[in-house]
Design a protein around this ligand. Structure first.
Ligand SMILES: Cc1ncc(C[n+]2csc(CCOP(=O)(O)OP(=O)(O)O)c2C)c(N)n1
Length: 320
């Protein structure tokens, strides 16, 4: 990490990445108690991408994410208490406690939401970008997707539409190399994803590594270029990453033979939460850590004390 780093930037990024990591660790601790009513797809190990791409966004900018969306939700400014209550299935959750971890949403903070159905948020994000363009606004959409989602037919359809209309959208592929248990080598004849995307007339960039500061600098520059019209969207970024835990649930699954323990050790050895924390003065780091623990304790207490929704409330928010 650069010695000339901006201390405010590092502390801001560390506060976010630490909050996301600790929220998910606490979710994993609580999960076996059955208080959390929804399945959880944890992003532990992948958080840097959401933190880096959300940091340059304004509140009125928009993100859409996948069912592995806790990191993007929190990075974009979603409420930790509202998220925890949603996981508990409680009425004060961000989706009234009837949607769960895979459907976090918060339109006041520009969080379009997520879906359990792979790829389905991509055209919704493109539609939102279309609306922004038609209204002549300077807002930007960031659409997070997994490598598996690029295999859905809706991905090339959405890319083509966004490119044809020059929409203000940045697609961010969190490439963890796996769709559940299937590695890329079993799925892609052409392993160069950016090359495939370029075929649609879209600017692409592939990162070699997951370095929060590097990702963030690039994101800030390209988001600003889309916002000001210096570059026409869409833009596509492929970010290599690694999912530390099992596809769904709170546990490690390296005892299964679908992936390599050496690879896990490699990624754990360059953990971005530790790297950013180590770049801060120890007293600043511990002050942030304490602040984060207080936010999480409040979120858990909020979730515990919120009531369950009643059966008659099942359709709340389902129809406009
Ligand atoms: C349309 C559809 N097909 C299949 C599934 C089953 N499924 C759930 S997660 C997943 C893997 C998606 O992988 P990726 O997009 O890379 O995201 P990751 O889980 O790695 O974050 C699949 C195939 C689904 N939910 N929706």
């Amino acid at each position: 990490m650069s010695k000339n780093f901006d201390n405010d930037l590092i502390s801001r990024l560390y506060r976010k990445i630490r909050l996301i990591r600790r929220m998910e660790e606490v979710v994993a601790e609580i999960y076996p108690s059955d208080k959390i009513k929804s399945p959880v797809h944890l992003s532990i190990g992948q958080e840097a991408i959401s933190v880096a791409f959300c940091d340059p966004l304004r509140r009125q900018d928009v993100v859409s994410m996948t069912y592995r969306g806790h990191a993007a939700f929190l990075a974009k400014g979603g409420s930790p208490s509202g998220m925890m209550a949603e996981l508990y299935g409680k009425r004060d959750g961000v989706a009234h406690g009837i949607a769960g971890s895979m459907h976090l949403v918060d339109m006041d903070n520009g969080i379009l939401g997520a879906s359990a159905v792979v790829g389905t948020t991509i055209p919704v994000a493109v539609g939102y970008a279309m609306a922004i363009k038609m209204r002549g606004e300077d807002r930007v959409v960031v659409c997070f997707l997994g490598d598996g989602a690029t295999e859905e037919g809706v991905f090339p359809e959405s890319l083509n539409f966004a490119a044809l209309h020059g929409l203000p959208i940045l697609f961010v592929c969190e490439n963890n190399g796996l769709a559940i248990h299937s590695p890329l080598s079993n799925r892609w004849a052409q392993p160069d994803l950016c090359r495939r995307v370029e075929g649609y007339g879209v600017e692409t960039h592939r990162f070699e590594d997951m370095d929060t500061i590097v990702l963030r600098a690039w994101a800030a520059e390209r988001i600003e270029a889309i916002r000001t019209g210096a570059s026409e969207g869409p833009i596509f970024a492929e970010c290599p990453t690694y999912r530390w835990l099992q596809h769904v649930g709170p546990n490690d699954d390296h005892d299964q033979d679908y992936r390599d323990a050496g690879e896990a050790a490699h990624w754990r050895g360059k953990d971005e939460v530790a790297r950013l924390g180590d770049a801060l003065a120890p007293d600043m780091r511990s002050a942030i850590d304490e602040e984060v623990e207080a936010i999480i304790a409040e979120a858990v207490a909020y979730a515990e004390s919120s009531p369950f929704p009643q059966p008659g409330e099942l359709n709340v928010g389902a129809y406009a």
